[in-house]
Design a protein around this ligand. Structure first.
Ligand SMILES: [Zn+2]
Length: 148
């Protein structure tokens, strides 16, 4: 077998056994977490600037899958119920209407990863809320308190 033939053979072998190799790799990582952690730590120490890029990328990737991002995409551009003005999503709150039973604050679920269950539970809670900007939210809260 010539060098070229060997290279072709190897390439073919890797392509055909990609899944098998990936499975082996996953299994190895699962069984040797301390080895993997040590390798990662060494890499981060040796290449802090590259490690930072990787970390930023994976954070960004994870952020794209969060409830916060889901809500942002869905509600960005929706005007405040009280003043009818549009603000950036980060300036908006989901305010539980008086009399509705509050199971949790919407913002406390921001970092959850989007799954059908999480979406269902968030949407159920949002159905008890008004979408208002932070200033109107504060004025409302004050007003409700004054009425008590
Ligand atoms: Zn408002």
């Amino acid at each position: 077998m010539t060098k070229e033939e060997k290279a072709t053979y190897d390439k073919k072998y890797y392509a055909e056994n990609k899944e098998k190799k990936a499975e082996y790799s996953r299994q190895y990582q699962k069984e040797n977490p301390e080895k993997i952690n040590a390798i990662s730590a060494r890499y981060r120490k040796r290449h802090p600037e590259r490690a930072k890029i990787t970390q930023d990328k994976s954070r960004k990737k994870r952020r794209e899958k969060t409830i916060l991002r889901y809500l942002e995409l869905k509600y960005e551009g929706t005007p405040c119920l009280d003043c009818d003005r549009v603000f950036p999503f980060c300036a908006m709150d989901f305010d539980h209407r008086p009399g509705e039973s509050k199971e949790f604050g919407i913002a406390t679920k921001n970092n959850l990863i989007v799954t059908p269950d999480h979406i269902a539970s968030i949407e159920k809670e949002i159905s008890k809320c008004d979408f208002v900007d932070a200033t109107c939210h504060r004025i409302r809260t004050r007003g409700y308190r004054d009425n008590v």
